[in-house]
Design a protein around this ligand. Structure first.
Ligand SMILES: NC(=O)c1ccc[n+]([C@@H]2O[C@H](COP(=O)([O-])OP(=O)(O)OC[C@H]3O[C@@H](n4cnc5c(N)ncnc54)[C@H](O)[C@@H]3O)[C@@H](O)[C@H]2O)c1
Ligand SMILES: CC(C)[C@H](C(=O)O)[C@@H](O)C(=O)O
Ligand SMILES: [Mg+2]
Length: 351
Protein backbone atom coordinates (compact mmCIF):
# COMPACT_ATOMS: atom_id res chain seq x y z
CA UNK A 1 0.00 0.00 0.00
CA UNK A 2 1.26 3.49 -0.86
CA UNK A 3 0.84 6.12 1.81
CA UNK A 4 0.19 9.80 1.17
CA UNK A 5 2.56 11.39 3.67
CA UNK A 6 2.77 15.15 4.21
CA UNK A 7 2.88 18.03 6.66
CA UNK A 8 -0.34 19.99 7.05
CA UNK A 9 0.01 23.66 8.03
CA UNK A 10 -3.45 25.26 8.29
CA UNK A 11 -2.17 28.64 9.55
CA UNK A 12 -4.45 31.62 10.03
CA UNK A 13 -7.79 33.14 8.99
CA UNK A 14 -9.43 31.04 6.29
CA UNK A 15 -6.38 28.73 6.18
CA UNK A 16 -7.90 26.12 8.53
CA UNK A 17 -11.30 26.38 6.77
CA UNK A 18 -10.02 25.70 3.25
CA UNK A 19 -7.53 23.24 4.77
CA UNK A 20 -10.32 21.11 6.28
CA UNK A 21 -12.01 20.92 2.89
CA UNK A 22 -8.76 19.76 1.26
CA UNK A 23 -8.22 17.14 3.97
CA UNK A 24 -11.74 15.79 3.33
CA UNK A 25 -10.89 15.46 -0.35
CA UNK A 26 -7.53 13.77 0.37
CA UNK A 27 -9.34 11.30 2.64
CA UNK A 28 -11.70 10.45 -0.21
CA UNK A 29 -8.74 9.99 -2.58
CA UNK A 30 -6.97 7.69 -0.11
CA UNK A 31 -10.13 5.56 0.30
CA UNK A 32 -10.91 5.43 -3.38
CA UNK A 33 -7.41 4.43 -4.49
CA UNK A 34 -6.55 2.24 -1.51
CA UNK A 35 -3.76 4.45 -0.16
CA UNK A 36 -2.86 5.20 3.43
CA UNK A 37 -3.09 8.83 4.59
CA UNK A 38 -0.42 9.93 7.05
CA UNK A 39 -0.15 13.60 7.90
CA UNK A 40 0.67 15.68 10.93
CA UNK A 41 -0.89 19.07 11.56
CA UNK A 42 1.58 21.73 12.77
CA UNK A 43 1.36 25.29 13.95
CA UNK A 44 2.63 28.13 11.79
CA UNK A 45 2.28 31.93 11.59
CA UNK A 46 -0.12 33.75 13.87
CA UNK A 47 -1.49 30.47 15.25
CA UNK A 48 2.01 29.55 16.44
CA UNK A 49 2.56 33.03 17.93
CA UNK A 50 -0.74 32.75 19.83
CA UNK A 51 0.45 29.41 21.24
CA UNK A 52 3.54 31.17 22.65
CA UNK A 53 5.89 29.84 19.96
CA UNK A 54 7.98 31.33 17.15
CA UNK A 55 6.11 31.95 13.84
CA UNK A 56 7.94 28.91 12.46
CA UNK A 57 8.33 26.54 15.44
CA UNK A 58 11.26 24.10 15.31
CA UNK A 59 8.90 21.10 15.39
CA UNK A 60 7.00 22.48 12.40
CA UNK A 61 10.13 23.02 10.36
CA UNK A 62 11.54 19.61 11.31
CA UNK A 63 8.38 17.85 10.17
CA UNK A 64 8.30 19.79 6.88
CA UNK A 65 11.89 18.75 6.19
CA UNK A 66 11.17 15.16 7.08
CA UNK A 67 8.13 14.70 4.82
CA UNK A 68 9.27 17.02 2.00
CA UNK A 69 5.61 17.59 1.08
CA UNK A 70 3.83 20.51 2.69
CA UNK A 71 0.23 21.65 2.34
CA UNK A 72 -0.18 25.19 3.65
CA UNK A 73 -3.33 27.31 4.09
CA UNK A 74 -2.29 30.91 4.72
CA UNK A 75 -0.54 32.97 7.37
CA UNK A 76 -0.98 36.47 8.77
CA UNK A 77 -3.78 38.87 9.54
CA UNK A 78 -4.58 42.13 11.33
CA UNK A 79 -4.17 40.53 14.75
CA UNK A 80 -0.40 40.28 14.19
CA UNK A 81 0.12 43.46 12.13
CA UNK A 82 1.70 45.32 15.07
CA UNK A 83 4.63 42.88 15.08
CA UNK A 84 7.90 43.77 13.35
CA UNK A 85 10.41 41.98 11.16
CA UNK A 86 10.86 38.25 11.74
CA UNK A 87 8.29 38.37 14.56
CA UNK A 88 5.62 38.78 11.86
CA UNK A 89 3.86 35.65 10.55
CA UNK A 90 4.79 36.38 6.92
CA UNK A 91 8.46 37.27 7.47
CA UNK A 92 9.00 34.84 10.33
CA UNK A 93 7.37 31.72 8.90
CA UNK A 94 6.42 31.66 5.22
CA UNK A 95 9.56 33.34 3.88
CA UNK A 96 12.07 31.26 5.91
CA UNK A 97 10.20 28.08 5.01
CA UNK A 98 10.53 28.93 1.32
CA UNK A 99 14.16 30.06 1.68
CA UNK A 100 15.47 27.33 3.96
CA UNK A 101 13.92 24.58 1.86
CA UNK A 102 15.28 26.31 -1.28
CA UNK A 103 11.83 26.36 -2.90
CA UNK A 104 12.90 28.85 -5.53
CA UNK A 105 10.35 28.07 -8.24
CA UNK A 106 6.74 29.03 -7.63
CA UNK A 107 4.30 27.88 -10.29
CA UNK A 108 0.88 29.54 -10.54
CA UNK A 109 -1.52 28.53 -13.33
CA UNK A 110 -4.16 30.74 -14.94
CA UNK A 111 -6.74 28.91 -17.05
CA UNK A 112 -10.27 30.25 -16.63
CA UNK A 113 -12.79 27.44 -16.18
CA UNK A 114 -15.48 27.33 -18.88
CA UNK A 115 -18.18 27.39 -16.20
CA UNK A 116 -16.83 30.65 -14.80
CA UNK A 117 -16.50 32.64 -17.98
CA UNK A 118 -20.11 33.82 -17.87
CA UNK A 119 -19.68 35.09 -14.28
CA UNK A 120 -16.39 36.86 -14.93
CA UNK A 121 -16.14 40.63 -14.75
CA UNK A 122 -14.32 40.60 -18.10
CA UNK A 123 -15.86 39.98 -21.52
CA UNK A 124 -15.92 36.42 -22.89
CA UNK A 125 -13.48 37.28 -25.71
CA UNK A 126 -10.88 38.36 -23.16
CA UNK A 127 -11.05 34.98 -21.39
CA UNK A 128 -11.69 32.25 -23.92
CA UNK A 129 -8.50 30.35 -24.69
CA UNK A 130 -6.51 31.88 -21.83
CA UNK A 131 -4.03 29.31 -20.52
CA UNK A 132 -0.79 30.53 -19.03
CA UNK A 133 1.46 29.66 -16.12
CA UNK A 134 3.44 32.15 -14.07
CA UNK A 135 6.92 30.95 -13.09
CA UNK A 136 7.68 33.21 -10.13
CA UNK A 137 11.16 33.35 -8.57
CA UNK A 138 10.49 32.77 -4.86
CA UNK A 139 13.65 32.96 -2.77
CA UNK A 140 15.44 36.11 -3.94
CA UNK A 141 14.88 39.76 -4.75
CA UNK A 142 13.54 42.49 -2.53
CA UNK A 143 11.78 40.08 -0.13
CA UNK A 144 15.08 38.71 1.08
CA UNK A 145 17.43 41.70 0.92
CA UNK A 146 18.62 43.72 3.86
CA UNK A 147 15.72 45.78 5.22
CA UNK A 148 15.39 48.24 8.03
CA UNK A 149 15.10 51.77 9.27
CA UNK A 150 17.80 54.41 9.65
CA UNK A 151 18.00 58.14 10.19
CA UNK A 152 16.98 58.71 6.56
CA UNK A 153 13.86 56.57 6.70
CA UNK A 154 13.51 52.94 5.63
CA UNK A 155 15.12 50.68 3.05
CA UNK A 156 14.60 47.31 1.34
CA UNK A 157 17.50 46.00 -0.69
CA UNK A 158 16.84 44.10 -3.91
CA UNK A 159 19.53 41.68 -5.10
CA UNK A 160 19.70 38.87 -7.64
CA UNK A 161 22.68 36.75 -8.55
CA UNK A 162 23.08 35.47 -12.09
CA UNK A 163 22.81 31.90 -10.76
CA UNK A 164 19.44 32.66 -9.15
CA UNK A 165 18.07 34.10 -12.39
CA UNK A 166 19.54 31.31 -14.48
CA UNK A 167 17.95 28.48 -12.48
CA UNK A 168 14.45 29.96 -12.53
CA UNK A 169 14.80 30.77 -16.24
CA UNK A 170 15.72 27.13 -16.90
CA UNK A 171 12.57 26.03 -15.06
CA UNK A 172 10.49 28.39 -17.23
CA UNK A 173 12.04 27.26 -20.52
CA UNK A 174 11.76 23.59 -19.55
CA UNK A 175 8.09 24.12 -18.79
CA UNK A 176 7.55 26.01 -22.06
CA UNK A 177 9.03 23.04 -23.96
CA UNK A 178 6.15 20.91 -22.61
CA UNK A 179 3.57 23.55 -23.57
CA UNK A 180 3.22 26.10 -26.41
CA UNK A 181 6.93 26.98 -26.46
CA UNK A 182 6.74 30.63 -25.52
CA UNK A 183 8.31 32.47 -22.57
CA UNK A 184 7.37 36.03 -21.67
CA UNK A 185 9.94 37.46 -19.29
CA UNK A 186 8.68 40.35 -17.19
CA UNK A 187 11.05 42.86 -15.63
CA UNK A 188 11.63 46.56 -15.04
CA UNK A 189 14.90 46.82 -16.94
CA UNK A 190 14.29 50.45 -17.90
CA UNK A 191 14.97 51.36 -14.24
CA UNK A 192 16.30 48.49 -12.11
CA UNK A 193 19.81 47.02 -12.32
CA UNK A 194 18.53 43.68 -11.02
CA UNK A 195 16.13 43.68 -13.97
CA UNK A 196 18.97 44.38 -16.41
CA UNK A 197 20.83 41.34 -15.06
CA UNK A 198 17.54 39.41 -15.22
CA UNK A 199 17.04 40.23 -18.91
CA UNK A 200 20.69 39.51 -19.91
CA UNK A 201 20.58 36.17 -18.11
CA UNK A 202 17.23 35.16 -19.57
CA UNK A 203 18.58 35.92 -23.07
CA UNK A 204 21.59 33.67 -22.39
CA UNK A 205 19.38 30.82 -21.18
CA UNK A 206 17.03 31.28 -24.16
CA UNK A 207 19.93 30.56 -26.54
CA UNK A 208 19.87 26.96 -25.25
CA UNK A 209 16.19 26.64 -26.26
CA UNK A 210 16.06 27.66 -29.95
CA UNK A 211 12.52 26.30 -30.32
CA UNK A 212 11.13 28.58 -27.63
CA UNK A 213 9.98 32.07 -28.54
CA UNK A 214 11.12 34.70 -26.03
CA UNK A 215 9.30 37.97 -25.41
CA UNK A 216 10.30 40.68 -22.91
CA UNK A 217 7.79 43.01 -21.30
CA UNK A 218 8.10 45.70 -18.67
CA UNK A 219 6.02 44.94 -15.61
CA UNK A 220 3.89 48.09 -15.72
CA UNK A 221 2.81 47.39 -19.29
CA UNK A 222 2.35 43.72 -18.43
CA UNK A 223 -0.46 44.56 -15.99
CA UNK A 224 -2.34 45.95 -18.98
CA UNK A 225 -1.39 43.21 -21.46
CA UNK A 226 -2.58 40.56 -18.99
CA UNK A 227 -6.11 41.93 -19.13
CA UNK A 228 -6.21 42.78 -22.83
CA UNK A 229 -4.34 39.94 -24.56
CA UNK A 230 -3.98 37.18 -21.99
CA UNK A 231 -4.33 34.53 -24.72
CA UNK A 232 -0.86 35.49 -26.02
CA UNK A 233 0.92 34.16 -22.94
CA UNK A 234 2.17 30.64 -22.29
CA UNK A 235 4.86 30.77 -19.58
CA UNK A 236 5.35 34.10 -17.82
CA UNK A 237 8.74 34.25 -16.12
CA UNK A 238 9.27 36.89 -13.49
CA UNK A 239 10.97 37.85 -10.26
CA UNK A 240 9.61 37.48 -6.76
CA UNK A 241 7.60 40.64 -6.12
CA UNK A 242 6.36 41.11 -9.69
CA UNK A 243 5.14 37.50 -9.65
CA UNK A 244 3.27 38.07 -6.42
CA UNK A 245 1.43 41.07 -7.83
CA UNK A 246 0.77 39.68 -11.32
CA UNK A 247 -0.77 36.45 -10.01
CA UNK A 248 -3.33 38.25 -7.86
CA UNK A 249 -4.20 40.14 -11.05
CA UNK A 250 -4.42 36.82 -12.91
CA UNK A 251 -7.06 35.67 -10.41
CA UNK A 252 -9.44 38.20 -11.98
CA UNK A 253 -9.17 36.24 -15.25
CA UNK A 254 -9.91 33.01 -13.39
CA UNK A 255 -13.01 34.25 -11.56
CA UNK A 256 -11.78 34.51 -7.97
CA UNK A 257 -8.81 34.63 -5.64
CA UNK A 258 -10.10 31.31 -4.40
CA UNK A 259 -9.32 29.21 -7.47
CA UNK A 260 -5.58 29.52 -8.19
CA UNK A 261 -3.33 26.91 -6.53
CA UNK A 262 0.45 27.02 -6.43
CA UNK A 263 3.43 24.73 -6.15
CA UNK A 264 6.78 25.86 -4.76
CA UNK A 265 9.50 23.48 -5.81
CA UNK A 266 13.23 23.17 -6.42
CA UNK A 267 14.84 19.83 -7.26
CA UNK A 268 13.35 16.36 -6.91
CA UNK A 269 10.04 15.80 -5.19
CA UNK A 270 10.36 18.36 -2.39
CA UNK A 271 7.48 20.80 -2.54
CA UNK A 272 5.17 23.17 -0.71
CA UNK A 273 1.64 23.58 -2.00
CA UNK A 274 -0.56 26.53 -1.15
CA UNK A 275 -3.31 28.67 -2.64
CA UNK A 276 -2.12 32.05 -3.94
CA UNK A 277 -4.59 33.83 -1.68
CA UNK A 278 -4.00 34.89 1.90
CA UNK A 279 -5.85 34.50 5.18
CA UNK A 280 -8.76 36.71 3.98
CA UNK A 281 -9.59 38.27 7.37
CA UNK A 282 -12.68 39.94 5.88
CA UNK A 283 -14.42 36.56 5.42
CA UNK A 284 -12.62 34.35 7.96
CA UNK A 285 -14.77 32.25 10.28
CA UNK A 286 -17.91 32.65 8.17
CA UNK A 287 -17.73 29.55 5.97
CA UNK A 288 -17.55 31.78 2.90
CA UNK A 289 -14.03 30.97 1.72
CA UNK A 290 -13.70 29.19 -1.59
CA UNK A 291 -11.68 26.01 -0.96
CA UNK A 292 -10.92 25.20 -4.62
CA UNK A 293 -7.42 26.74 -4.67
CA UNK A 294 -6.49 24.71 -1.59
CA UNK A 295 -8.05 21.52 -2.98
CA UNK A 296 -6.22 22.01 -6.29
CA UNK A 297 -2.98 22.64 -4.36
CA UNK A 298 -3.50 19.25 -2.69
CA UNK A 299 -3.91 17.71 -6.16
CA UNK A 300 -0.60 19.25 -7.23
CA UNK A 301 1.04 17.83 -4.11
CA UNK A 302 -0.11 14.35 -5.15
CA UNK A 303 1.14 14.86 -8.70
CA UNK A 304 4.47 16.60 -8.10
CA UNK A 305 5.66 15.21 -4.76
CA UNK A 306 4.11 11.74 -4.95
CA UNK A 307 3.84 11.01 -8.67
CA UNK A 308 0.10 10.28 -8.27
CA UNK A 309 -1.14 11.57 -11.61
CA UNK A 310 -4.41 9.62 -11.67
CA UNK A 311 -5.34 10.68 -8.16
CA UNK A 312 -4.56 14.33 -8.94
CA UNK A 313 -6.61 14.14 -12.13
CA UNK A 314 -9.55 12.68 -10.17
CA UNK A 315 -9.53 15.74 -7.88
CA UNK A 316 -9.27 18.12 -10.83
CA UNK A 317 -12.18 16.40 -12.60
CA UNK A 318 -14.29 16.68 -9.43
CA UNK A 319 -13.48 20.40 -9.18
CA UNK A 320 -14.54 20.86 -12.79
CA UNK A 321 -17.78 18.95 -12.08
CA UNK A 322 -18.49 21.14 -9.05
CA UNK A 323 -18.07 24.26 -11.18
CA UNK A 324 -20.17 22.89 -14.02
CA UNK A 325 -22.97 22.05 -11.60
CA UNK A 326 -22.78 25.38 -9.73
CA UNK A 327 -21.72 23.70 -6.46
CA UNK A 328 -19.69 26.73 -5.41
CA UNK A 329 -19.21 29.37 -2.76
CA UNK A 330 -20.57 32.90 -3.05
CA UNK A 331 -17.51 34.40 -4.77
CA UNK A 332 -18.40 32.22 -7.79
CA UNK A 333 -22.13 32.91 -7.58
CA UNK A 334 -23.02 29.75 -5.62
CA UNK A 335 -24.62 29.35 -2.21
CA UNK A 336 -22.56 26.56 -0.61
CA UNK A 337 -20.30 26.94 2.39
CA UNK A 338 -16.58 26.11 2.37
CA UNK A 339 -17.15 22.69 3.95
CA UNK A 340 -20.13 21.91 1.69
CA UNK A 341 -17.97 22.48 -1.39
CA UNK A 342 -15.25 20.29 0.12
CA UNK A 343 -17.76 17.53 0.92
CA UNK A 344 -19.31 17.73 -2.56
CA UNK A 345 -15.90 17.31 -4.20
CA UNK A 346 -14.92 14.53 -1.77
CA UNK A 347 -18.08 12.57 -2.56
CA UNK A 348 -17.62 13.09 -6.30
CA UNK A 349 -14.07 11.71 -6.00
CA UNK A 350 -15.42 8.75 -4.02
CA UNK A 351 -17.86 7.66 -6.79
N1 LIG B 1 0.46 32.51 1.37
C1 LIG B 1 0.03 33.21 2.39
O1 LIG B 1 0.08 32.76 3.52
C2 LIG B 1 -0.53 34.58 2.16
C3 LIG B 1 -0.81 35.04 0.86
C4 LIG B 1 -1.34 36.32 0.70
C5 LIG B 1 -1.60 37.10 1.80
N2 LIG B 1 -1.32 36.63 3.04
C6 LIG B 1 -1.67 37.39 4.24
O2 LIG B 1 -3.08 37.34 4.38
C7 LIG B 1 -3.53 38.53 5.06
C8 LIG B 1 -4.67 39.14 4.27
O3 LIG B 1 -4.17 39.66 3.05
P1 LIG B 1 -5.08 40.31 1.91
O4 LIG B 1 -6.42 40.61 2.48
O5 LIG B 1 -4.31 41.38 1.28
O6 LIG B 1 -5.20 39.16 0.78
P2 LIG B 1 -6.14 37.89 0.73
O7 LIG B 1 -5.68 37.08 -0.41
O8 LIG B 1 -6.20 37.22 2.04
O9 LIG B 1 -7.59 38.49 0.40
C9 LIG B 1 -7.80 39.38 -0.70
C10 LIG B 1 -9.30 39.37 -1.08
O10 LIG B 1 -9.61 38.12 -1.70
C11 LIG B 1 -10.62 37.44 -0.99
N3 LIG B 1 -10.29 36.02 -0.93
C12 LIG B 1 -9.06 35.50 -0.67
N4 LIG B 1 -9.12 34.18 -0.64
C13 LIG B 1 -10.39 33.83 -0.90
C14 LIG B 1 -11.07 32.60 -1.00
N5 LIG B 1 -10.43 31.42 -0.84
N6 LIG B 1 -12.40 32.60 -1.25
C15 LIG B 1 -13.05 33.76 -1.44
N7 LIG B 1 -12.46 34.97 -1.36
C16 LIG B 1 -11.14 35.00 -1.09
C17 LIG B 1 -10.63 38.05 0.42
O11 LIG B 1 -11.88 37.91 1.03
C18 LIG B 1 -10.21 39.49 0.13
O12 LIG B 1 -11.34 40.26 -0.21
C19 LIG B 1 -2.30 39.42 5.19
O13 LIG B 1 -1.82 39.28 6.50
C20 LIG B 1 -1.32 38.85 4.19
O14 LIG B 1 0.03 39.07 4.54
C21 LIG B 1 -0.81 35.37 3.24
C1 LIG C 1 2.19 36.63 2.47
C2 LIG C 1 3.19 37.03 1.44
C3 LIG C 1 4.58 37.03 2.02
C4 LIG C 1 3.12 36.13 0.18
C5 LIG C 1 4.10 36.63 -0.87
O1 LIG C 1 4.16 37.82 -1.17
O2 LIG C 1 4.82 35.79 -1.41
C6 LIG C 1 1.76 36.03 -0.48
O3 LIG C 1 1.30 37.26 -0.94
C7 LIG C 1 1.81 35.03 -1.60
O4 LIG C 1 1.42 35.38 -2.71
O5 LIG C 1 2.20 33.87 -1.37
MG1 LIG D 1 0.49 37.19 -2.89
Amino acid sequence: MTTITFTYLPGDGIGPEVGQAAIAVLNAVANKFGHGLDFEEHLIGGAAIDAGLKPLPDATYAHCKATGAILLGAVGGPKWDHLKGADRPELGSLLPLRKNLNLYANIRPCKPYAALIDHAPLKRERLEGVDFVVMRELTGGIYFGDKGRDNLGAYDECRYSEAEVERIAIKAFDLAMTRRKKVTSVDKSNVLETSRLWRETVIKVAARYPEVELEHLLVDAMTMHMLTRAQDFDVILTENMFGDILTDEASVLCGSMGVIPSASISYGTLGMYEPIHGSAPDIAGQGKANPLAMILSAAWMLRLSMGMDTEAAAIEAAVEAALDGGHTTGDLGGSLSTSEVGDWIASHVAH
